[in-house]
Design a protein around this ligand. Structure first.
Ligand SMILES: [Zn+2]
Length: 220
């Protein structure tokens, strides 16, 4: 048994993963129902993802964790020799839906890929792995980004896995490596925000994401 475990550990390849924390302390993104800003949620979850990847023996470079501002297009250029780029975010929703008191109608994750990324197929492959692992962890895709209204209307590539095409996402189209952006959940929904702030949820989401990223970067 011990020999088998050691054998599989030896076969696994270390990957080099860029883990991007969405936004910056100065421009923190969405504001949760409680008033806590998106950057703080992104920092907690991306930190846990980085931790889990390193526990899988992957090499990790973290972006936007030093308190300094960094332009979107510079983020994927920090480690051009990496195998993969993942950007971690938490979601808002259309202001009109917030104004109409519909916050609790929207929950769940969304995954985005860009066809302008030179490694689109590999990006989609990893997006699918992440979606499968999030589903297996009991999460659900939000799907509302496909709503045909201005500001949404992101075509679904895979409805079951919550994967959308968003060609002009700056961090994805400017990456030379395969790249995926994950919206882990909807923090303007007060029920979901509470759940997303729970350390157990963060641990579960991070484990699901890190395992998928690790596995989809194993070369055949
Ligand atoms: Zn964001």
């Amino acid at each position: 048994m011990a020999a088998a475990v050691m054998g599989s550990a030896t076969l696994a390849q270390a990957a080099y993963i860029v883990v991007d924390t969405g936004h910056t302390p100065q421009r923190p993104g969405a504001t949760g129902a409680s008033g806590r800003v998106e950057y703080q949620y992104n920092l907690d979850l991306s930190g846990a993802v980085a931790h889990d990847l390193m526990a899988l023996d992957d090499r990790v470079k973290r972006i936007s964790v030093n308190g300094k501002d960094i332009a979107l297009k510079e983020r994927p250029q920090q480690a051009p020799d990496a195998d993969f780029f993942i950007s971690i975010h938490h979601d808002s929703m259309q202001q009109a839906w917030i104004d109409a008191g519909r916050q609790r109608e929207f929950a769940g994750f969304s995954i985005f890929v860009s066809q302008l990324n030179p490694n689109y197929e590999q990006s989609l492959n990893c997006a699918k792995a992440i979606g499968e692992n999030l589903l297996a962890a009991g999460e659900k895709p939000s799907l509302y980004h496909a709503t045909p209204v201005p500001g949404e209307n992101r075509p679904l590539i895979d409805q079951r896995l919550g994967i959308h095409r968003f060609d002009d996402l700056v961090v994805l189209k400017n990456a030379t490596t395969p790249a995926v952006l994950v919206e882990a959940g909807v923090i303007v929904n007060p029920d979901e925000e509470k759940r997303l702030a729970d350390p157990q949820t963060i641990t579960k989401l991070a484990g699901a994401i890190a395992q998928a990223v690790h596995e989809c970067n194993q070369k055949p």
